[in-house]
Design a protein around this ligand. Sequence first.
Ligand SMILES: [Zn+2]
Length: 115
Amino acid sequence: MNNQINKNSNKENEVALQQLTELQDELAQRLKNLSADRSSSHSIDSSEQAVERENDEVVDQLENDTREELEQVQHAIKRIENGTYGICAKCEEEISPQRLKAIPYATLCINCADT
Ligand SMILES: [Zn+2]
């Protein structure tokens, strides 16, 4: 037996890990859909190029946001694995369970996130 993960109850980490894994799948799927959207828009004829470019910018922005969120989710999964999940990265206090429920990949407690 190893007891590396002893800062939080394993049960809570299990729930969080499941939530994060689902979120990860969802975000990865969304990224896939976004890049599919973009490649299909390239067939639009030249009179609609301005609209297409505008649309591409929106898709780019969405894609960036989604990718960033995905990275945070993956980071949180790593933190569960190494036993630092739920600990504030700044003050090292525990992040409240309510906050983790709302933002499962939060790395800062509510006090540090506020400042
Ligand atoms: Zn903090």
